[in-house]
Design a binder for this molecule. Structure first.
Ligand code: MV4
Length: 448
């Protein structure tokens, strides 16, 4: 096992990784910007190194500073967390070139999945169902029209360098498509420096369901079930749950088996997530995330498997040591992402935390670096805590979640806790009757 791991991240995920390391007897190195000197993960880590000023590009995205920190502290491995450098193939190669272990997949797999066209082609070849669409990138308006003729309107233009919805355009007619093609290319060029786009059949009311996989360096692959991440606003997830209220055990086993076979074929290692759109009983692969995800705790709660521990174990070359048949899913889990934001306008609300009280009790987990007196910096993502609740049934989980939200006190900044409290009382949510557009409509109605 590693002796010392450097955690190349901040906030709740840095703390999450520290906790797994500490439980495994691994020493930790925190890196932080000047704005995060007082952060909880910095206080708890065995060592800490300041890697630069507040702006992320000068600190958490500063590859040389992070590698220097790993060198001077004599770390064995680097865990990138999520966001920042976690899906940067060049960083992963640099980590390995400097003699450290990158806790994640190979640079080649990160690169393959970072380009949405190569990702989709690889997924299709590995046997995953994909959305009908263009074979690769689309070079001209005329080609776009020909492809659209074949798959039928409405169609969606997506950026190959995209993800997160940037550069996406829907078109429901040839005239609209000419315009959408031009706009998508210029947006993609501006946002990613790469104008390449591809086309898919537009799915009108899908759910967003993703499958968690775990793979070792010996060809063993398991899946840890799905997460339903349909409750999003502007491509930011607010609440995730596992299992999905839309799937039964047979559907779960079927997509899980197909996912594992594909991951084994691709030779992928470490943790990863296959993202699907799910509509009318069918799955369509859209993207793969080659990192630990924000919402991983809901999977941990229903599987009893510590994903960060497993990432660390397989990164040393250890075999998984169990198979799919050994994994048992139990009960239901929901995660609420709590942001320091106005719950109506979503305007960021950084500042000093006054009173703080986190909920507790059976089945309640809070992943957060908050404490009374902590100052939420304005330079980073506004997520300040995740409330994860488990129950033996979905109903028990929701009853417990309402109770836990009611206990949560965060003073000094505005938070999205009141929004969560309303969502969990909505009949559509209680019935599991929602798709990827539900939350936007709910928020729009509320502010009318
Ligand atoms: C789609 C789609 C409908 N049809 N693809 C948005 C971000 C990117 N990851 C994929 N996205 C979508 N792809 C087809 N063919 C609708 C979306 C989409 C979406 C997907 C998941 C969660 C929330 C979403 C919100 C708007 C659009």
């Amino acid at each position: 096992m590693f002796d010392k791991v450097l955690i190349a991240n901040r906030g709740e995920i840095a703390l999450r990784i520290h906790r797994a390391c500490r439980e495994m007897g691994i020493r930790t190195v925190a890196v932080h910007s000047t704005a995060d000197a007082e952060a909880m993960h910095v206080r708890l880590a065995d060592e800490s190194v300041c890697i630069g000023p507040a702006p992320a590009r000068d600190s958490y995205l500063n590859k040389a500073a992070i590698l220097s920190a790993a060198t001077i502290t004599n770390a064995d491995a680097i865990h990138p967390g999520y966001g920042f450098l976690s899906e940067n193939a060049d960083f992963a190669s640099m980590v390995e070139e400097h003699g450290f272990t990158f806790i994640g997949p190979s640079p080649d797999h990160i690169r393959m999945m970072g380009d949405k066209i190569t990702a989709k082609q690889a997924a299709k070849q590995a046997g995953l169902p994909v959305v009908p669409g263009s074979e690769g990138s689309i070079a001209s308006e005329d080609e776009a029209l020909t492809v659209a003729e074949g798959i039928g309107y409405p169609v969606l233009i997506k950026a190959t360098a995209g993800g997160g919805g940037k550069g996406m355009k829907v078109a429901d007619s040839p005239e609209a498509l000419r315009e959408a093609f031009r706009l998508a290319r210029s947006e993609a060029k501006a946002a990613f420096g790469n104008p390449d786009v591809y086309m898919e059949k537009y799915l009108g009311r899908p759910r967003h369901i993703e499958i968690q996989i775990l793979a070792d360096n010996h060809g063993n692959v398991v899946h840890l079930g799905e997460r339903d991440c349909s409750l999003q606003r502007k491509h930011q997830k607010l609440l995730e749950e596992a299992p999905s209220p839309a799937l039964n055990a047979d559907q779960r086993a079927r997509i899980g088996r197909i996912a594992c076979e594909a991951i084994a074929k691709l030779g992928y290692r470490n943790a990863g997530t296959l993202e699907f759109l799910y509509e009318n009983g069918e799955f369509y692969f859209i993207e793969m995330n080659t990192r630990l995800q924000v919402e991983h705790p809901v999977t941990e709660m229903i599987s009893g498997i510590d994903l960060v521990r497993e990432q660390l174990r397989v990164a040393t070359g250890a075999p998984l040591g169990y198979g799919q048949a050994d994994i048992r899913f139990s009960g239901h889990a929901v995660e609420c992402r709590i942001n320091a934001e106005n719950p109506e306008t979503f305007a960021p609300s950084p500042g000093r935390i006054g009173g703080y009280h986190a909920p507790g009790g059976l089945g309640v987990r809070v992943d957060s670096g908050l404490y009374a007196g902590y100052r939420v910096p304005s330079h980073y993502d506004s997520m300040i805590a995740k409330l994860i609740v488990h129950g033996t049934s979905r109903n028990e989980c929701l009853m417990r979640l309402r109770r836990a939200l009611g206990e949560f006190v965060v003073e000094g900044v505005q938070t999205t806790i009141p929004l969560h409290a309303r969502i969990v009382n909505e009949p559509d949510f209680i019935n599991g009757d929602y798709d990827i557009h539900w939350l936007e409509k709910f928020v729009a109605q509320r502010t009318e």
